[in-house]
Ligand binder design. Structure first.
Ligand SMILES: NC(=O)c1ccc[n+]([C@@H]2O[C@H](COP(=O)([O-])OP(=O)(O)OC[C@H]3O[C@@H](n4cnc5c(N)ncnc54)[C@H](OP(=O)(O)O)[C@@H]3O)[C@@H](O)[C@H]2O)c1
Length: 283
């Protein structure tokens, strides 16, 4: 694999930054240099210098996607644009690796395998599901489904570290259950699939370990920060959002079955071990 022939799109996002660090010789571009909603740009792009497209660009504002403007953007960025990338990949015989999410499922099953039928709840989720369908049309595709992403950017762990620094004891939902995924190991998983030429298709990729609620994740964060003076008060998702307008529905079960990626010879570490390392680097 010639890493200089990798194109990383969405390079300023959490995952994009981690991919750019992994592949310093790749061409890394964000919206200013490569706007994935610009169909003509994608069509006329010089693809002769590219073997692999890593699409880390997305509209990730789950609640913003429920607004009239956000709905349009979310469909453009998460669904229509990936269909254009898939078209380019098919026409130029490129590998397209695209990121997806457990939000493509309604979360009624306690664990999601790759073949579960799509059942997205909110607008973001629906657009990501449409993106999966579009990318699946390119013959050389990887759809990497991940959950609860933590990297260099705004994320739940950083929010909770910020609350601890302000001495705030938060109320946190205890009925959304899942596993954190750290961008470093996620990028290693992507590299593993690409460099070993794993069979094309959809792969679940998250850290492993015992699934936990956001409330329990917060307790681990506060313990690691040695802030046992702060209380975490449990609530349900329904109660937490009851008084808030325009909130997207969330799947309650976010955990993936990881057997498929394991069968390719790749195992990610326990999310609690990764969380400890992340907190030491970000506190
Ligand atoms: N975050 C999570 O918890 C989570 C969970 C599961 C799956 N995922 C998926 O994982 C992937 C990466 O997520 P992330 O957290 O790294 O996202 P992120 O931090 O929000 O980054 C997304 C990047 O995409 C860029 N972008 C947006 N619109 C664009 C456009 N039209 N053209 C080019 N670039 C554009 C953004 O640029 P601007 O800053 O300029 O908008 C940003 O740099 C996404 O596919 C997401 O759906 C995320």
């Amino acid at each position: 694999m010639d890493e200089s022939r990798i194109l990383i799109i969405g390079s300023n996002g959490q995952l994009g930054k981690a991919l750019s660090a992994k592949y310093p010789s790749a061409l890394a571009v964000d919206r200013d240099k490569f706007d994935i909603t610009d169909k003509n740009f994608i069509k006329s792009y010089d693809w002769s210098k590219v073997d692999i497209i890593l699409n880390a660009a997305a509209y990730t504002d789950v609640d913003g996607a429920e607004t009239p403007e956000g709905r349009v953007l979310s469909w453009q960025i998460n669904a229509t644009a990936p269909s254009q990338l898939a078209k380019a990949a098919a026409e130029h015989d490129l590998v397209l690796a695209h990121m997806s999410t457990e939000y493509v499922f309604d979360g009624t099953k306690s664990e999601h395998d790759e073949d579960e039928p799509l059942s997205p709840l909110g607008v973001y989720a629906q657009t990501k599901a449409a993106g999966d369908i579009a990318v699946g049309v390119a013959s050389k595709h990887y759809i990497l489904r991940t959950s609860w992403l933590v990297g260099d950017g705004p994320n739940f762990v950083r929010t909770m570290i910020g609350l601890a620094q302000k001495n705030i004891s938060p109320i946190v939902v205890n009925d959304q259950i899942g596993r954190l995924t750290f961008t470093g190991p996620l990028v290693n998983a992507i590299h593993h699939l690409l460099s070993n030429k794993a069979p094309y298709g959809t792969y679940n990729v998250s850290n492993c370990g015992e699934p936990a609620s956001w409330a329990d994740v917060t307790r681990v964060i506060f313990t690691e920060l040695k802030r046992d003076d702060l209380q975490v008060t449990d609530t349900s998702t329904a109660k937490y959002f009851a008084s808030k307008e325009g909130v997207a529905p969330r799947p309650l079960h976010s955990s993936f079955n990881l057997d498929k990626i394991k069968s390719t010879g790749f195992v990610m570490d326990d999310w609690q071990e990764e969380l400890k390392k992340y907190i030491q680097e970000n506190k």
